[in-house]
Design a binder for this molecule. Structure first.
Ligand SMILES: Cc1cc2nc3c(=O)[nH]c(=O)nc-3n(C[C@H](O)[C@H](O)[C@H](O)COP(=O)(O)OP(=O)(O)OC[C@H]3O[C@@H](n4cnc5c(N)ncnc54)[C@H](O)[C@@H]3O)c2cc1C
Length: 572
Protein backbone atom coordinates (compact mmCIF):
# COMPACT_ATOMS: atom_id res chain seq x y z
CA UNK A 1 0.00 0.00 0.00
CA UNK A 2 2.73 2.38 1.08
CA UNK A 3 4.68 1.61 -1.99
CA UNK A 4 1.57 2.07 -4.07
CA UNK A 5 0.80 5.30 -2.32
CA UNK A 6 4.36 6.46 -2.83
CA UNK A 7 4.13 5.47 -6.43
CA UNK A 8 0.84 7.16 -6.63
CA UNK A 9 2.26 10.31 -5.05
CA UNK A 10 5.19 10.23 -7.45
CA UNK A 11 2.75 9.71 -10.32
CA UNK A 12 0.67 12.68 -9.26
CA UNK A 13 3.79 14.85 -8.94
CA UNK A 14 5.04 14.04 -12.50
CA UNK A 15 1.57 14.53 -13.91
CA UNK A 16 1.31 17.81 -11.98
CA UNK A 17 4.55 19.11 -13.45
CA UNK A 18 3.46 18.05 -16.91
CA UNK A 19 0.08 19.78 -16.51
CA UNK A 20 1.79 22.96 -15.23
CA UNK A 21 4.26 22.82 -18.15
CA UNK A 22 1.51 22.33 -20.69
CA UNK A 23 -0.51 25.09 -19.07
CA UNK A 24 2.45 27.51 -19.23
CA UNK A 25 3.02 26.70 -22.91
CA UNK A 26 -0.68 27.25 -23.65
CA UNK A 27 -0.62 30.52 -21.73
CA UNK A 28 2.50 31.75 -23.60
CA UNK A 29 1.01 30.70 -26.93
CA UNK A 30 -2.26 32.46 -26.12
CA UNK A 31 -0.41 35.66 -25.19
CA UNK A 32 1.71 35.37 -28.34
CA UNK A 33 -1.40 34.83 -30.45
CA UNK A 34 -3.16 37.73 -28.77
CA UNK A 35 -0.24 40.12 -29.22
CA UNK A 36 0.48 38.82 -32.73
CA UNK A 37 4.03 37.87 -31.82
CA UNK A 38 5.66 34.46 -32.24
CA UNK A 39 7.56 34.90 -29.01
CA UNK A 40 10.87 33.86 -30.54
CA UNK A 41 12.93 36.90 -29.79
CA UNK A 42 12.75 40.26 -28.18
CA UNK A 43 13.73 41.92 -31.51
CA UNK A 44 10.37 41.14 -33.01
CA UNK A 45 8.79 43.55 -30.55
CA UNK A 46 11.27 46.33 -31.25
CA UNK A 47 9.81 49.22 -33.19
CA UNK A 48 12.14 50.72 -35.73
CA UNK A 49 9.59 53.19 -37.05
CA UNK A 50 11.86 56.06 -36.04
CA UNK A 51 15.01 54.61 -37.58
CA UNK A 52 16.07 55.94 -40.95
CA UNK A 53 18.86 54.12 -42.77
CA UNK A 54 21.01 55.91 -45.34
CA UNK A 55 22.82 53.44 -47.56
CA UNK A 56 25.65 54.81 -49.70
CA UNK A 57 25.90 52.74 -52.88
CA UNK A 58 23.27 50.79 -54.78
CA UNK A 59 25.49 47.82 -55.63
CA UNK A 60 24.62 44.35 -54.38
CA UNK A 61 26.08 45.23 -50.95
CA UNK A 62 23.74 48.22 -50.61
CA UNK A 63 20.72 46.37 -51.99
CA UNK A 64 21.19 43.35 -49.75
CA UNK A 65 21.72 45.68 -46.77
CA UNK A 66 18.33 47.25 -47.52
CA UNK A 67 16.77 43.78 -47.69
CA UNK A 68 18.31 42.66 -44.38
CA UNK A 69 17.12 45.91 -42.76
CA UNK A 70 13.55 45.12 -43.84
CA UNK A 71 13.49 41.35 -43.36
CA UNK A 72 15.51 40.99 -40.17
CA UNK A 73 15.61 44.52 -38.77
CA UNK A 74 11.93 45.36 -39.33
CA UNK A 75 12.93 48.81 -40.55
CA UNK A 76 10.04 50.14 -42.66
CA UNK A 77 11.04 50.27 -46.34
CA UNK A 78 9.99 53.92 -46.59
CA UNK A 79 12.67 54.75 -43.98
CA UNK A 80 15.46 53.31 -46.14
CA UNK A 81 17.28 55.61 -48.54
CA UNK A 82 19.76 54.28 -51.09
CA UNK A 83 22.08 57.07 -52.24
CA UNK A 84 23.62 56.07 -55.56
CA UNK A 85 25.71 58.27 -57.80
CA UNK A 86 24.91 56.40 -60.99
CA UNK A 87 21.54 56.44 -62.76
CA UNK A 88 21.24 52.67 -62.35
CA UNK A 89 21.57 50.32 -59.39
CA UNK A 90 23.53 47.05 -59.31
CA UNK A 91 27.05 48.53 -59.27
CA UNK A 92 29.57 45.95 -60.47
CA UNK A 93 26.76 43.37 -60.73
CA UNK A 94 25.68 44.76 -64.04
CA UNK A 95 24.21 43.84 -67.39
CA UNK A 96 22.47 46.16 -69.80
CA UNK A 97 21.53 46.23 -73.44
CA UNK A 98 19.17 46.95 -76.23
CA UNK A 99 18.57 44.30 -78.91
CA UNK A 100 18.57 47.06 -81.54
CA UNK A 101 22.08 48.11 -80.48
CA UNK A 102 24.26 45.88 -78.30
CA UNK A 103 24.66 44.35 -74.83
CA UNK A 104 27.29 45.04 -72.16
CA UNK A 105 28.35 43.16 -69.05
CA UNK A 106 31.46 44.52 -67.41
CA UNK A 107 31.69 41.20 -65.59
CA UNK A 108 30.43 37.65 -66.03
CA UNK A 109 29.92 36.00 -62.67
CA UNK A 110 30.64 32.48 -61.52
CA UNK A 111 28.94 31.53 -58.29
CA UNK A 112 29.28 28.59 -55.94
CA UNK A 113 26.48 26.76 -54.17
CA UNK A 114 28.26 25.68 -50.94
CA UNK A 115 30.07 28.94 -50.23
CA UNK A 116 27.60 31.73 -51.08
CA UNK A 117 25.80 31.12 -47.80
CA UNK A 118 24.53 34.62 -47.02
CA UNK A 119 23.56 35.33 -50.63
CA UNK A 120 21.44 32.20 -51.00
CA UNK A 121 19.95 32.60 -47.52
CA UNK A 122 18.57 35.98 -48.61
CA UNK A 123 17.57 35.06 -52.15
CA UNK A 124 15.45 32.17 -50.91
CA UNK A 125 13.13 34.92 -49.61
CA UNK A 126 13.14 37.05 -52.78
CA UNK A 127 10.36 36.09 -55.20
CA UNK A 128 11.27 35.25 -58.76
CA UNK A 129 10.27 37.80 -61.40
CA UNK A 130 8.32 35.27 -63.42
CA UNK A 131 6.64 33.19 -60.70
CA UNK A 132 6.01 34.94 -57.37
CA UNK A 133 5.38 31.57 -55.69
CA UNK A 134 8.98 30.60 -56.29
CA UNK A 135 12.13 32.24 -55.01
CA UNK A 136 15.13 33.47 -56.97
CA UNK A 137 17.08 30.73 -55.19
CA UNK A 138 14.66 28.05 -56.48
CA UNK A 139 15.21 29.37 -59.99
CA UNK A 140 18.99 29.33 -59.64
CA UNK A 141 18.98 25.77 -58.25
CA UNK A 142 16.71 24.51 -61.04
CA UNK A 143 18.84 26.20 -63.67
CA UNK A 144 22.02 24.61 -62.34
CA UNK A 145 20.37 21.20 -62.17
CA UNK A 146 19.44 21.60 -65.82
CA UNK A 147 22.55 23.28 -67.25
CA UNK A 148 25.62 21.52 -65.90
CA UNK A 149 29.08 22.99 -66.33
CA UNK A 150 31.68 20.55 -67.62
CA UNK A 151 34.40 22.36 -69.53
CA UNK A 152 35.96 20.39 -72.39
CA UNK A 153 38.39 23.12 -73.44
CA UNK A 154 39.47 24.88 -70.28
CA UNK A 155 43.02 25.79 -71.41
CA UNK A 156 44.27 26.17 -74.98
CA UNK A 157 47.81 26.71 -76.28
CA UNK A 158 49.05 29.03 -79.04
CA UNK A 159 48.17 26.49 -81.74
CA UNK A 160 44.65 26.10 -80.33
CA UNK A 161 45.44 22.67 -78.94
CA UNK A 162 43.17 21.86 -76.02
CA UNK A 163 45.46 21.10 -73.08
CA UNK A 164 45.04 18.12 -70.80
CA UNK A 165 44.67 19.98 -67.52
CA UNK A 166 43.46 17.06 -65.44
CA UNK A 167 46.99 17.10 -63.99
CA UNK A 168 48.14 20.19 -62.16
CA UNK A 169 51.79 19.91 -63.30
CA UNK A 170 53.15 20.81 -59.87
CA UNK A 171 56.82 20.32 -59.09
CA UNK A 172 57.80 19.02 -55.64
CA UNK A 173 58.67 22.58 -54.69
CA UNK A 174 55.21 23.82 -55.84
CA UNK A 175 53.51 21.14 -53.75
CA UNK A 176 55.57 22.03 -50.73
CA UNK A 177 54.79 25.74 -51.19
CA UNK A 178 51.06 25.00 -51.53
CA UNK A 179 51.05 22.88 -48.37
CA UNK A 180 53.11 25.46 -46.51
CA UNK A 181 50.64 28.17 -47.47
CA UNK A 182 47.78 25.95 -46.29
CA UNK A 183 49.12 25.88 -42.74
CA UNK A 184 50.56 29.42 -42.66
CA UNK A 185 48.73 31.97 -40.53
CA UNK A 186 47.44 35.19 -42.08
CA UNK A 187 49.97 37.08 -39.97
CA UNK A 188 52.77 35.04 -41.51
CA UNK A 189 51.51 35.93 -45.01
CA UNK A 190 51.89 39.56 -43.95
CA UNK A 191 51.92 41.88 -46.92
CA UNK A 192 53.74 39.43 -49.18
CA UNK A 193 52.92 38.99 -52.85
CA UNK A 194 52.03 35.59 -54.34
CA UNK A 195 55.27 35.57 -56.34
CA UNK A 196 57.28 36.10 -53.18
CA UNK A 197 56.07 32.75 -51.87
CA UNK A 198 56.10 30.60 -55.02
CA UNK A 199 58.93 29.93 -57.50
CA UNK A 200 58.64 30.94 -61.21
CA UNK A 201 57.72 27.33 -62.10
CA UNK A 202 54.43 27.62 -60.20
CA UNK A 203 53.20 30.29 -62.63
CA UNK A 204 53.57 27.85 -65.55
CA UNK A 205 51.52 25.07 -63.97
CA UNK A 206 48.10 24.06 -65.25
CA UNK A 207 46.84 24.88 -61.77
CA UNK A 208 47.95 28.50 -62.05
CA UNK A 209 46.47 28.92 -65.56
CA UNK A 210 43.13 27.69 -64.25
CA UNK A 211 43.05 29.14 -60.73
CA UNK A 212 44.39 32.56 -61.73
CA UNK A 213 41.92 33.02 -64.60
CA UNK A 214 38.93 31.64 -62.69
CA UNK A 215 39.48 34.10 -59.85
CA UNK A 216 41.55 36.83 -61.64
CA UNK A 217 44.73 36.57 -59.59
CA UNK A 218 48.00 38.07 -60.80
CA UNK A 219 51.43 36.98 -59.49
CA UNK A 220 51.87 40.36 -57.77
CA UNK A 221 48.61 40.13 -55.78
CA UNK A 222 48.29 39.55 -52.06
CA UNK A 223 49.43 36.15 -50.85
CA UNK A 224 46.94 36.48 -48.01
CA UNK A 225 43.95 36.80 -50.37
CA UNK A 226 45.28 33.89 -52.41
CA UNK A 227 45.50 31.79 -49.25
CA UNK A 228 41.91 32.67 -48.36
CA UNK A 229 40.80 31.45 -51.80
CA UNK A 230 42.75 28.20 -51.46
CA UNK A 231 41.09 27.61 -48.10
CA UNK A 232 37.56 28.73 -48.98
CA UNK A 233 37.39 26.98 -52.38
CA UNK A 234 39.44 23.89 -51.50
CA UNK A 235 36.45 21.72 -52.49
CA UNK A 236 36.71 23.15 -56.04
CA UNK A 237 40.42 22.30 -56.42
CA UNK A 238 39.85 18.68 -57.65
CA UNK A 239 37.38 19.84 -60.32
CA UNK A 240 38.98 23.14 -61.33
CA UNK A 241 39.81 21.59 -64.73
CA UNK A 242 36.12 21.11 -65.62
CA UNK A 243 34.67 23.88 -63.46
CA UNK A 244 31.85 21.53 -62.51
CA UNK A 245 31.42 23.39 -59.23
CA UNK A 246 30.52 26.66 -60.93
CA UNK A 247 26.95 27.80 -60.38
CA UNK A 248 25.34 30.23 -62.80
CA UNK A 249 22.21 32.34 -62.83
CA UNK A 250 19.65 31.76 -65.61
CA UNK A 251 20.43 35.18 -67.15
CA UNK A 252 23.22 37.64 -66.38
CA UNK A 253 23.27 38.56 -62.69
CA UNK A 254 21.66 41.97 -63.18
CA UNK A 255 18.59 40.38 -64.75
CA UNK A 256 18.53 37.31 -62.49
CA UNK A 257 19.46 38.82 -59.11
CA UNK A 258 19.44 42.61 -59.10
CA UNK A 259 16.08 43.05 -60.89
CA UNK A 260 14.02 40.77 -58.60
CA UNK A 261 15.70 42.22 -55.50
CA UNK A 262 15.05 45.75 -56.73
CA UNK A 263 11.40 44.95 -57.40
CA UNK A 264 10.99 43.50 -53.89
CA UNK A 265 12.68 46.55 -52.30
CA UNK A 266 10.57 48.98 -54.32
CA UNK A 267 7.40 47.15 -53.31
CA UNK A 268 8.47 47.60 -49.68
CA UNK A 269 8.79 51.35 -50.27
CA UNK A 270 12.59 51.78 -50.28
CA UNK A 271 13.69 55.16 -51.67
CA UNK A 272 16.30 55.21 -54.41
CA UNK A 273 17.99 58.57 -54.65
CA UNK A 274 19.84 58.22 -57.91
CA UNK A 275 22.49 60.58 -59.25
CA UNK A 276 23.48 61.34 -55.65
CA UNK A 277 27.21 61.30 -55.03
CA UNK A 278 28.06 61.25 -51.32
CA UNK A 279 31.17 63.34 -50.78
CA UNK A 280 31.80 63.47 -47.04
CA UNK A 281 30.35 63.10 -43.55
CA UNK A 282 30.49 65.17 -40.37
CA UNK A 283 31.08 63.43 -37.08
CA UNK A 284 30.02 64.31 -33.56
CA UNK A 285 33.12 64.87 -31.49
CA UNK A 286 33.33 62.18 -28.84
CA UNK A 287 36.18 60.66 -26.88
CA UNK A 288 35.29 57.01 -27.21
CA UNK A 289 32.49 57.02 -29.73
CA UNK A 290 32.23 57.98 -33.38
CA UNK A 291 28.83 59.15 -34.54
CA UNK A 292 27.91 60.45 -37.99
CA UNK A 293 25.89 63.66 -37.74
CA UNK A 294 25.61 64.77 -41.33
CA UNK A 295 25.98 63.29 -44.81
CA UNK A 296 27.11 65.63 -47.60
CA UNK A 297 26.28 64.93 -51.21
CA UNK A 298 26.23 66.35 -54.71
CA UNK A 299 23.11 65.94 -56.85
CA UNK A 300 22.79 67.50 -60.31
CA UNK A 301 25.86 69.56 -59.48
CA UNK A 302 24.21 70.98 -56.36
CA UNK A 303 25.45 70.39 -52.82
CA UNK A 304 23.05 69.02 -50.23
CA UNK A 305 23.15 67.37 -46.82
CA UNK A 306 21.18 65.03 -44.62
CA UNK A 307 21.20 65.42 -40.82
CA UNK A 308 20.94 62.12 -38.98
CA UNK A 309 18.51 61.70 -36.08
CA UNK A 310 19.45 59.86 -32.91
CA UNK A 311 18.01 56.53 -34.12
CA UNK A 312 19.38 56.81 -37.65
CA UNK A 313 22.18 54.78 -39.18
CA UNK A 314 24.35 54.98 -42.26
CA UNK A 315 25.83 52.05 -44.18
CA UNK A 316 28.58 52.97 -46.63
CA UNK A 317 29.99 51.02 -49.58
CA UNK A 318 33.63 52.10 -49.38
CA UNK A 319 35.60 51.70 -52.61
CA UNK A 320 34.42 50.01 -55.80
CA UNK A 321 36.10 47.67 -58.26
CA UNK A 322 34.17 49.25 -61.14
CA UNK A 323 34.76 52.89 -60.19
CA UNK A 324 35.82 54.99 -63.19
CA UNK A 325 35.32 52.12 -65.63
CA UNK A 326 34.83 53.25 -69.23
CA UNK A 327 33.47 51.70 -72.41
CA UNK A 328 34.99 51.79 -75.89
CA UNK A 329 33.25 50.85 -79.14
CA UNK A 330 33.89 48.93 -82.36
CA UNK A 331 36.02 51.88 -83.49
CA UNK A 332 37.47 53.27 -80.26
CA UNK A 333 39.44 52.00 -77.28
CA UNK A 334 38.13 52.69 -73.76
CA UNK A 335 39.87 55.51 -71.91
CA UNK A 336 41.84 54.84 -68.77
CA UNK A 337 40.78 57.20 -65.97
CA UNK A 338 43.21 57.44 -63.07
CA UNK A 339 42.19 60.63 -61.27
CA UNK A 340 39.34 59.05 -59.33
CA UNK A 341 36.33 60.91 -60.65
CA UNK A 342 33.70 58.60 -59.15
CA UNK A 343 32.75 59.00 -55.50
CA UNK A 344 33.75 55.57 -54.20
CA UNK A 345 37.42 56.24 -53.47
CA UNK A 346 37.19 59.97 -52.70
CA UNK A 347 34.50 59.41 -50.05
CA UNK A 348 36.50 56.66 -48.35
CA UNK A 349 39.66 58.79 -48.49
CA UNK A 350 37.80 61.76 -46.96
CA UNK A 351 36.36 59.63 -44.18
CA UNK A 352 39.67 57.92 -43.40
CA UNK A 353 41.63 61.19 -43.22
CA UNK A 354 40.86 61.71 -39.55
CA UNK A 355 39.80 58.21 -38.54
CA UNK A 356 42.56 55.63 -38.67
CA UNK A 357 40.01 52.94 -37.75
CA UNK A 358 38.37 53.48 -41.17
CA UNK A 359 41.32 51.82 -42.91
CA UNK A 360 43.80 52.81 -45.55
CA UNK A 361 42.11 53.35 -48.94
CA UNK A 362 45.38 54.23 -50.71
CA UNK A 363 46.52 50.62 -50.32
CA UNK A 364 43.80 49.60 -52.78
CA UNK A 365 43.13 52.74 -54.81
CA UNK A 366 46.57 54.03 -55.72
CA UNK A 367 48.05 51.15 -57.77
CA UNK A 368 46.10 51.25 -61.03
CA UNK A 369 48.96 49.60 -62.94
CA UNK A 370 48.52 46.54 -60.73
CA UNK A 371 44.75 46.57 -60.41
CA UNK A 372 43.43 47.29 -63.92
CA UNK A 373 42.34 44.94 -66.65
CA UNK A 374 39.96 44.95 -69.54
CA UNK A 375 36.83 43.00 -70.42
CA UNK A 376 34.75 42.93 -73.61
CA UNK A 377 31.20 41.97 -74.55
CA UNK A 378 30.47 40.65 -78.03
CA UNK A 379 26.92 40.91 -79.43
CA UNK A 380 26.51 38.63 -82.45
CA UNK A 381 23.67 38.68 -84.96
CA UNK A 382 24.69 35.41 -86.56
CA UNK A 383 25.00 31.94 -84.90
CA UNK A 384 28.25 31.18 -86.81
CA UNK A 385 30.69 31.99 -83.98
CA UNK A 386 28.80 29.96 -81.38
CA UNK A 387 28.35 27.05 -83.78
CA UNK A 388 32.09 26.98 -84.49
CA UNK A 389 32.88 27.10 -80.76
CA UNK A 390 30.48 24.22 -80.09
CA UNK A 391 31.94 22.14 -82.93
CA UNK A 392 35.45 22.68 -81.62
CA UNK A 393 34.97 22.39 -77.83
CA UNK A 394 32.02 20.01 -77.70
CA UNK A 395 30.41 22.31 -75.14
CA UNK A 396 26.91 23.69 -75.60
CA UNK A 397 26.61 27.37 -74.62
CA UNK A 398 26.47 27.60 -70.84
CA UNK A 399 28.30 24.34 -70.14
CA UNK A 400 31.88 25.30 -70.98
CA UNK A 401 32.55 28.03 -68.42
CA UNK A 402 35.92 29.57 -69.29
CA UNK A 403 38.24 29.01 -72.24
CA UNK A 404 41.71 30.43 -71.46
CA UNK A 405 44.35 31.13 -74.11
CA UNK A 406 47.36 30.48 -71.95
CA UNK A 407 49.91 31.76 -74.48
CA UNK A 408 47.96 34.86 -75.34
CA UNK A 409 50.03 37.97 -74.64
CA UNK A 410 46.91 39.60 -73.24
CA UNK A 411 46.23 36.44 -71.15
CA UNK A 412 42.77 36.28 -72.67
CA UNK A 413 39.79 34.12 -71.67
CA UNK A 414 36.24 33.92 -72.98
CA UNK A 415 32.93 32.73 -71.53
CA UNK A 416 29.96 31.54 -73.55
CA UNK A 417 26.96 31.67 -71.27
CA UNK A 418 23.67 29.87 -71.80
CA UNK A 419 21.65 31.85 -74.37
CA UNK A 420 19.70 34.07 -74.05
CA UNK A 421 21.90 35.80 -71.50
CA UNK A 422 19.57 38.79 -71.18
CA UNK A 423 15.85 38.76 -70.46
CA UNK A 424 15.21 40.94 -73.51
CA UNK A 425 17.63 39.11 -75.84
CA UNK A 426 15.94 37.83 -79.03
CA UNK A 427 16.63 34.33 -80.35
CA UNK A 428 18.74 35.57 -83.28
CA UNK A 429 21.20 37.46 -81.03
CA UNK A 430 24.02 35.78 -79.10
CA UNK A 431 26.16 37.40 -76.42
CA UNK A 432 29.61 36.32 -75.25
CA UNK A 433 32.00 37.86 -72.77
CA UNK A 434 35.77 37.84 -72.39
CA UNK A 435 38.70 39.54 -70.72
CA UNK A 436 42.43 40.06 -70.86
CA UNK A 437 44.39 40.17 -67.63
CA UNK A 438 47.44 41.81 -69.28
CA UNK A 439 45.96 44.84 -71.10
CA UNK A 440 49.35 46.59 -71.38
CA UNK A 441 50.85 43.84 -73.55
CA UNK A 442 51.01 43.90 -77.36
CA UNK A 443 48.78 41.23 -78.94
CA UNK A 444 50.12 38.09 -80.63
CA UNK A 445 48.38 39.00 -83.90
CA UNK A 446 47.22 42.59 -83.55
CA UNK A 447 50.42 44.42 -82.78
CA UNK A 448 48.94 46.82 -80.26
CA UNK A 449 48.40 46.89 -76.52
CA UNK A 450 44.96 45.56 -75.68
CA UNK A 451 44.21 48.83 -73.87
CA UNK A 452 44.77 50.71 -77.17
CA UNK A 453 42.57 48.39 -79.22
CA UNK A 454 39.12 49.01 -80.59
CA UNK A 455 36.39 46.41 -80.25
CA UNK A 456 37.03 45.30 -83.81
CA UNK A 457 40.74 44.74 -83.11
CA UNK A 458 39.98 42.70 -79.99
CA UNK A 459 37.65 40.48 -82.01
CA UNK A 460 40.37 40.03 -84.64
CA UNK A 461 42.91 38.95 -82.01
CA UNK A 462 40.37 36.53 -80.52
CA UNK A 463 39.47 34.99 -83.88
CA UNK A 464 43.16 34.42 -84.68
CA UNK A 465 43.67 32.62 -81.36
CA UNK A 466 40.65 30.49 -82.22
CA UNK A 467 41.89 29.84 -85.78
CA UNK A 468 38.62 31.30 -87.08
CA UNK A 469 40.44 33.71 -89.40
CA UNK A 470 38.75 32.34 -92.54
CA UNK A 471 35.41 33.36 -91.12
CA UNK A 472 36.69 36.59 -89.58
CA UNK A 473 35.00 38.86 -92.14
CA UNK A 474 31.62 37.16 -91.67
CA UNK A 475 31.93 37.16 -87.87
CA UNK A 476 32.95 40.83 -87.81
CA UNK A 477 30.03 41.78 -90.04
CA UNK A 478 27.57 40.41 -87.49
CA UNK A 479 29.38 41.57 -84.34
CA UNK A 480 29.49 44.58 -82.07
CA UNK A 481 32.30 44.40 -79.53
CA UNK A 482 32.33 46.79 -76.56
CA UNK A 483 35.60 46.85 -74.62
CA UNK A 484 35.54 47.97 -70.99
CA UNK A 485 38.53 49.32 -69.05
CA UNK A 486 38.31 48.84 -65.27
CA UNK A 487 41.14 50.62 -63.43
CA UNK A 488 40.32 49.06 -60.03
CA UNK A 489 38.99 45.66 -61.01
CA UNK A 490 41.43 43.78 -58.77
CA UNK A 491 42.04 46.55 -56.21
CA UNK A 492 40.64 44.19 -53.56
CA UNK A 493 43.57 41.81 -54.19
CA UNK A 494 46.20 44.49 -53.54
CA UNK A 495 48.61 43.73 -50.73
CA UNK A 496 47.28 44.79 -47.37
CA UNK A 497 47.95 44.49 -43.70
CA UNK A 498 45.43 44.07 -40.86
CA UNK A 499 43.67 47.39 -40.40
CA UNK A 500 43.94 48.48 -44.04
CA UNK A 501 40.32 47.42 -44.45
CA UNK A 502 37.97 48.82 -41.81
CA UNK A 503 35.89 46.50 -39.65
CA UNK A 504 32.29 46.37 -40.88
CA UNK A 505 31.38 48.33 -37.77
CA UNK A 506 34.62 50.02 -36.67
CA UNK A 507 35.42 50.14 -32.97
CA UNK A 508 33.54 53.01 -31.33
CA UNK A 509 31.14 53.59 -34.20
CA UNK A 510 27.56 54.08 -33.01
CA UNK A 511 25.75 54.53 -36.33
CA UNK A 512 28.17 53.89 -39.21
CA UNK A 513 29.05 50.61 -40.94
CA UNK A 514 31.14 49.77 -44.00
CA UNK A 515 30.02 47.22 -46.56
CA UNK A 516 31.28 45.76 -49.85
CA UNK A 517 34.64 44.48 -50.97
CA UNK A 518 36.83 46.71 -48.82
CA UNK A 519 35.47 46.04 -45.32
CA UNK A 520 36.96 43.21 -43.31
CA UNK A 521 35.21 39.88 -42.88
CA UNK A 522 37.49 37.25 -41.35
CA UNK A 523 38.18 34.21 -43.55
CA UNK A 524 35.96 35.24 -46.45
CA UNK A 525 37.13 35.90 -50.02
CA UNK A 526 36.81 39.24 -51.80
CA UNK A 527 35.84 39.59 -55.49
CA UNK A 528 32.63 37.72 -54.75
CA UNK A 529 28.98 38.63 -54.47
CA UNK A 530 28.94 36.63 -51.23
CA UNK A 531 31.51 38.90 -49.58
CA UNK A 532 29.33 41.96 -50.26
CA UNK A 533 26.19 40.23 -48.98
CA UNK A 534 28.00 39.01 -45.85
CA UNK A 535 29.25 42.51 -45.02
CA UNK A 536 25.68 43.79 -45.49
CA UNK A 537 24.16 41.23 -43.11
CA UNK A 538 26.94 41.85 -40.57
CA UNK A 539 26.40 45.63 -40.76
CA UNK A 540 22.65 45.37 -40.19
CA UNK A 541 22.81 42.84 -37.37
CA UNK A 542 25.55 44.76 -35.55
CA UNK A 543 24.21 48.30 -35.92
CA UNK A 544 20.66 47.28 -34.98
CA UNK A 545 21.87 44.96 -32.26
CA UNK A 546 19.96 42.01 -33.70
CA UNK A 547 20.65 38.63 -32.16
CA UNK A 548 21.51 36.98 -35.45
CA UNK A 549 24.65 36.30 -37.45
CA UNK A 550 25.18 35.59 -41.13
CA UNK A 551 25.26 31.83 -41.86
CA UNK A 552 28.56 30.20 -40.87
CA UNK A 553 31.33 30.12 -43.47
CA UNK A 554 31.58 26.70 -45.16
CA UNK A 555 34.94 25.19 -44.28
CA UNK A 556 35.81 22.43 -46.68
CA UNK A 557 39.17 21.93 -45.01
CA UNK A 558 37.39 20.66 -41.90
CA UNK A 559 35.97 17.74 -43.91
CA UNK A 560 38.26 14.78 -44.19
CA UNK A 561 36.85 13.78 -47.61
CA UNK A 562 37.49 17.25 -49.04
CA UNK A 563 41.01 17.29 -47.62
CA UNK A 564 41.73 13.85 -49.03
CA UNK A 565 40.52 14.83 -52.53
CA UNK A 566 42.61 18.01 -52.37
CA UNK A 567 45.69 16.04 -51.31
CA UNK A 568 45.19 13.58 -54.19
CA UNK A 569 44.80 16.50 -56.63
CA UNK A 570 48.02 18.05 -55.38
CA UNK A 571 49.84 14.92 -56.56
CA UNK A 572 47.73 14.36 -59.68
C1 LIG B 1 34.57 41.74 -64.34
C2 LIG B 1 33.97 41.22 -63.07
C3 LIG B 1 33.96 39.86 -62.82
C4 LIG B 1 33.43 39.38 -61.62
N1 LIG B 1 33.37 38.02 -61.39
C5 LIG B 1 32.77 37.57 -60.28
C6 LIG B 1 32.56 36.18 -60.08
O1 LIG B 1 32.92 35.36 -60.93
N2 LIG B 1 31.95 35.77 -58.93
C7 LIG B 1 31.52 36.66 -58.00
O2 LIG B 1 30.94 36.26 -56.99
N3 LIG B 1 31.72 37.98 -58.15
C8 LIG B 1 32.32 38.45 -59.26
N4 LIG B 1 32.50 39.78 -59.43
C9 LIG B 1 32.41 40.64 -58.25
C10 LIG B 1 31.03 41.11 -57.86
O3 LIG B 1 30.32 41.54 -58.98
C11 LIG B 1 31.28 42.25 -56.86
O4 LIG B 1 32.02 41.74 -55.78
C12 LIG B 1 30.03 42.86 -56.29
O5 LIG B 1 29.08 43.08 -57.30
C13 LIG B 1 30.41 44.15 -55.57
O6 LIG B 1 29.25 44.75 -55.09
P1 LIG B 1 29.31 45.98 -54.07
O7 LIG B 1 27.93 46.45 -53.92
O8 LIG B 1 30.07 45.59 -52.88
O9 LIG B 1 30.18 47.09 -54.78
P2 LIG B 1 29.93 47.80 -56.18
O10 LIG B 1 29.23 46.89 -57.08
O11 LIG B 1 31.21 48.38 -56.56
O12 LIG B 1 28.87 48.93 -55.84
C14 LIG B 1 29.19 50.12 -55.25
C15 LIG B 1 28.10 51.11 -55.65
O13 LIG B 1 28.21 52.24 -54.82
C16 LIG B 1 28.18 53.41 -55.59
N5 LIG B 1 28.95 54.38 -54.84
C17 LIG B 1 30.20 54.23 -54.35
N6 LIG B 1 30.59 55.34 -53.71
C18 LIG B 1 29.55 56.19 -53.78
C19 LIG B 1 29.36 57.52 -53.29
N7 LIG B 1 30.32 58.15 -52.63
N8 LIG B 1 28.17 58.11 -53.51
C20 LIG B 1 27.17 57.45 -54.18
N9 LIG B 1 27.32 56.22 -54.69
C21 LIG B 1 28.50 55.59 -54.48
C22 LIG B 1 28.79 53.02 -56.91
O14 LIG B 1 28.37 53.87 -57.96
C23 LIG B 1 28.28 51.59 -57.07
O15 LIG B 1 27.03 51.55 -57.73
C24 LIG B 1 32.96 40.28 -60.65
C25 LIG B 1 32.93 41.65 -60.93
C26 LIG B 1 33.40 42.12 -62.13
C27 LIG B 1 33.33 43.59 -62.43
Amino acid sequence: MITRKKGCTAGVSVAGIAVKYLFSIMLISAVALFTGCSGNSAEENVSRDNTHAYIVGGGIAGLTAAAFLIRDGKVPGKNIHVLEEMKITGGALDGIGDPKKYYVIRGGRMMNLPTYETTWELFQDIPSLTDPNRSVMDEIKDFNNKVKTNSQARVVDKDRNIQDVSRMNFSWRDRWDMMRLGIMSEEACGDKRINEHFSPHFFKTSFWYMWSTTFAFQPWHSLLEFKRYNDRFIHEFPRINTLEGVARTPYNQYDSMVLPLLKWLKEKGVNFEMGTKVTNMDFKKGIKETTVEKIHYLRDGKEGSITLGKDDITIVTNGSMTADSTLGSMTSAPKLITNQQDGAWSLWKNLAKEHSEFGNPSKFADHVDESKWESFTVTLRDPLFLQKMKDWTGNDPGTGALVTFKDSNWYMSIVIARQPHFINQPENIKVIWGYGLFPDQVGNYVKKKMSDCTGEEILTELCYHLKFEKDLAAIKKSAIVIPCMMPYITAQFEMRKPGDRPEVVPAGSTNLAFIGQFAEIPEDTVFTVEYSARTAATAVYTLLNIDKEPPPIYKGKHHIGVLWDAAVTLFR
